[in-house]
Design a protein around this ligand. Structure first.
Ligand SMILES: *Cc1c(COP(=O)(O)O)cnc(C)c1O
Length: 230
């Protein structure tokens, strides 16, 4: 049952925190509900979930319109510039900014609404060709450039680690992201905080928590396998 899976994931996060002396309240569990019908999200909501992650704008806004207002929605997937307007001001955080052009569009939509939009910079830590995100070595430059847009606020970094059978393989990558965020923080760039590290998914969230994740994005571990054919 969803409620049991949810409890297991939360317990695993708590245990991972305990192993490294972290306070579990530092880690936000984002329930990644992509492809799941609203009834299933409602079930998660009834079990106490208030933070959901989706990766497609249309699916996100449609679900938003059908579910309670006190849900915090996170945009975690690749975002096209022409779709920013549909989610601007409606999501808690955009995790997937990997180009200055996208940041500029988010800035435009923020200014139109008189708001500041919180974002993360997505890093392709495994340098996998199939994944979005910028290379670690290009991150500081994008952060510096984006920091000049006063309609966006950079809150931290996000990464999707490679799929591996043994999650320990991703530990050095998570560690590298953490180090990178510390380096960027030490630059003391105006309008940039590095308070959020969004890393870890069903296969590797415990390792990610041990390496300093403040947000983990867990789909399958809570909702079960996804069926993309429906
Ligand atoms: C689907 C997705 C997740 C969740 O993946 P699981 O392996 O099902 O936990 C996390 N982050 C992003 C960006 C995703 O697209």
């Amino acid at each position: 049952m969803l409620k049991d899976s949810l409890e297991t994931v939360q317990n695993n996060i708590n245990e991972a925190c305990k192993r490294v002396g972290r306070d579990p309240s530092e880690v936000t569990l984002i329930a990644v509900s992509k492809t799941k019908p609203v009834e299933v999200l409602q079930e998660a909501y009834d079990a106490g979930v208030r933070v959901f992650g989706e990766n497609k704008v249309q699916e996100l806004t449609s679900k938003m319109d059908q579910l309670p207002d006190d849900i915090h929605w996170h945009m975690i997937g690749h975002l096209q510039r022409n779709k920013v307007k549909y989610i601007a001001g409606r999501v808690e955080l955009i995790h997937s900014v990997d180009t200055f052009r996208l940041a500029e569009e988010i800035n435009i939509q923020a200014k139109k609404r008189g708001i500041i939009i919180p974002i993360l910079v997505e890093i392709n830590i495994g340098n996998e060709e199939t994944k979005f995100g910028i290379r670690a070595e290009d991150t500081l430059e994008l952060v510096r450039q984006t920091a000049q847009l006063d309609g966006v606020s950079i809150k931290g970094l996000m990464t999707i680690a490679p799929y591996v059978v043994d999650s320990e393989e991703n530990r050095p990558l998570f560690h590298k992201i953490r180090d990178l965020s510390i380096d960027i923080r030490n630059e003391n760039i105006h309008n940039v905080s590095m308070d959020i590290l969004s890393m870890g998914m069903t296969n590797d969230y415990e390792v990610a928590v041990e390496e300093g994740a403040t947000m983990v994005r867990v789909g399958t571990g809570i909702f079960g396998e996804r069926n993309y054919n429906i």
